[in-house]
Ligand binder design. Structure first.
Ligand code: 6R9
Length: 566
């Protein structure tokens, strides 16, 4: 049995997490080293670190020693090509072994790793590379053309490494990087980065403006490692599977750093969603701990418990979920189908690690996110006064007292945006929720206009900007509309310029126009032509009125809102 929540809570302080990692305050700390060299030093060099499979049935296992050596080789090679400590290096590829191993390599070099989801279209990619002033990109032939189309607008971009580019026609700035054929670099010295040295740069969506670059530091590993160990309940002989792509924070905090810093074997499946294939994968590799997301769980539910019985899933021991509200039905279904509940965990790109969790062994209240992790001070705040709400069940803003190890240190080139997240000494998550009489947290909804589609945050601004570039569009508002599987999908309300009439052809033309600019996640599923958008008197679009209509919710007192002069 895992140690109880109450016992861990007693006298917890983050120095215990440093100790668990073997870190002494004041020493250098490098995530790449802690995830490979240290594990080898602990006698686990021959233990599998990565069991990798793709959709074509190719399979490979890498030991901790192999990821140590290969990441050193990649780091030394990048260095020899001019990549320096502090540079931003973007990894833009499908879930190849190279993604996971070069993630460590970039950190070992002391550079900042910027993982981006490979499905991003060129404009989504451009915005993020431009903001990060990215110096190098690691990609593959399948995606290199997107980089080619924007590279002239990126003056800082000096190197494009193509992992399958050997003997392929490459263009300016490009060179092949064949991981298994790189010269050995036994003398490579891992950068002695400090706790505050920038490490991972993730991009996340907000309500206004372009996506924000959330800047993590090497010290983040302290809370990522202990939360992985305690909440995912990782044990030495576990085989762990995280469904998230490293383009998103779950895929790095708990798809690389959490498991590997604990010396845990993890499996990666580079393939799209397919229930039967997922169960086969779990049974084949004897996955024991599984970190998934509500959208995937809803798809598994749709395919029914009978399919579960066709596979031997007795290897599963512990299940967790993140990214969106996990419906009570999904928890109850998972108890029936797998014999154990999914444990919901709540956190964000900005928090870097889980902050509110269902502790293993703690009573699960289906539909609740659980309780704050030891060392995390959470509360529900009145957004007007910044005072804590103590009344059980009363909804306010979910907030955290700053200062845990993996909280980001800010948004890149956007100090004002980061400062806006604080009120009365609290960090505001941008979500609404409440606490019940037993101290369990319940999620109510986002407090802003960000759309959560299948666990991916999409800001309205990027979509509206793309729409506005179309010649027929005068104004637009992107909001969430309900969806059975993804919980929410994007819907765009469009006001046309005079001279243009709504039609199916125009709808299609606009869709095709923005498809090239946006990632598939951000693509509206519907366009509705509308005469005017709801606005405040000062001219701000009130998206929440449109959203409430989509969800059939009470609009509240619209008259005062429309006259609001904020
Ligand atoms: C890790 C991650 C963060 C936002 C967050 C909230 C939503 C995440 C949730 C949840 C309800 C949960 N969210 N976990 N909502 N219940 N268990 O997802 O990071 O991409 O930054 O998203 O996702 O709205 O504020 P990120």
């Amino acid at each position: 049995m895992p140690v109880s929540y109450e016992e861990r809570l007693q006298g917890f302080d983050w120095s215990m997490a440093e100790e668990a990692l073997g870190y002494k305050s004041g020493d250098p700390i490098n995530i790449g080293w802690y995830c490979s060299d240290r594990i080898c030093d602990m006698g686990l060099a021959q233990k599998p670190a990565l069991i990798w499979e793709n959709s074509k049935g190719a399979e490979r296992t890498y030991t901790f020693d192999e990821i140590r050596i290969l990441s050193d080789n990649i780091a030394a090679h990048l260095q020899s090509q001019g990549v320096q400590a502090g540079d931003r290096v973007c990894i833009f590829m499908d879930r190849h072994a190279e993604l996971y191993i070069s993630f460590l390599a970039v950190l070992k070099l002391g550079a900042v790793v910027q993982p981006l989801f490979s499905a991003f279209g060129e404009e989504s990619l451009y915005t993020r590379l431009e903001n990060a002033e990215t110096n190098a990109v690691l990609t593959e032939m399948k995606h290199v053309r997107k980089v080619r189309r924007i590279r002239e607008r990126l003056p800082n971009l000096k190197n494009i490494f193509v992992i399958d580019g050997a003997e392929k026609p490459l263009k300016e700035l490009e060179q092949p990087l064949t991981m298994n054929a790189l010269p050995a670099a036994p003398d490579f010295k891992c950068a002695e980065t400090g706790p505050e040295t920038p490490s991972v740069l993730h991009y996340t969506s907000g309500t206004t403006g372009q996506p924000k670059g959330a800047q993590h530091v090497h010290y983040s590993i302290v809370s990522q490692s202990i939360t992985a160990k305690w909440v995912l309940d990782l044990q030495d002989d576990d085989v762990y599977w995280c469904n998230a792509d490293p383009g998103w924070v779950t895929g790095t905090s708990y798809g690389i750093i959490g498991p590997w810093s604990n010396g845990i074997t993890q499996a990666v499946l580079d393939a799209g969603f397919n229930t039967d294939n997922w169960y086969r994968f779990i049974a084949k590799h004897k996955i024991s701990v599984w970190y998934s997301a509500p959208t995937a769980i809803r798809l598994l539910m749709r395919d029914g418990a009978d399919l579960v019985k066709q596979h031997d899933l007795s290897c599963l021991r512990h299940l967790c979920s993140v990214g969106e509200p996990l419906n009570a039905e999904a928890v109850i279904w998972s108890e029936e189908a797998y014999g154990m509940p999914f444990h919901d965990t709540f956190w964000q790109t900005e928090t870097g690690c889980m902050v509110v969790t269902n502790w293993p062994g703690m009573k699960v209240k289906p539909g609740s996110m659980g309780k704050p992790f030891p060392g995390i001070t959470a509360g529900i705040i009145d957004p007007e006064t910044g005072e804590e709400i103590t009344e059980p069940g009363k909804v306010g803003i979910i907030a955290l007292r700053p200062g845990w190890p993996s909280q980001i240190r800010g948004y890149r080139n956007n100090e004002a945006g980061w400062n806006k997240k604080f009120l009365n000494g609290w960090y505001l998550c941008g979500d609404q929720g409440s606490i019940d009489q037993d101290g369990y947290y319940w999620f109510s909804g986002r407090d802003d206009d960000v759309i959560n589609t299948g666990g991916h945050l999409v800001g309205p601004f990027e979509i509206e900007s793309a729409l506005l570039e179309h010649e027929a569009v005068a104004e637009s508002a992107a909001v969430a509309t309900p969806d059975k599987v993804n919980m929410e999908v994007v819907k765009a309300f469009v006001v046309l310029k005079s001279g243009f009439e709504p039609s199916d052809d125009l709808d299609l033309a606009i869709m095709n126009f923005i498809r090239k600019k946006l990632s598939p996640l951000a693509m509206p599923q519907h366009i509705e032509f509308i005469d005017q958008l709801p606005k405040t008197r000062s001219g701000k679009i009130v998206r929440r009125i449109l959203r409430a209509q989509e969800f059939g919710e009470d609009l509240g007192d619209v008259s005062t809102l429309m006259n609001d002069d904020d």
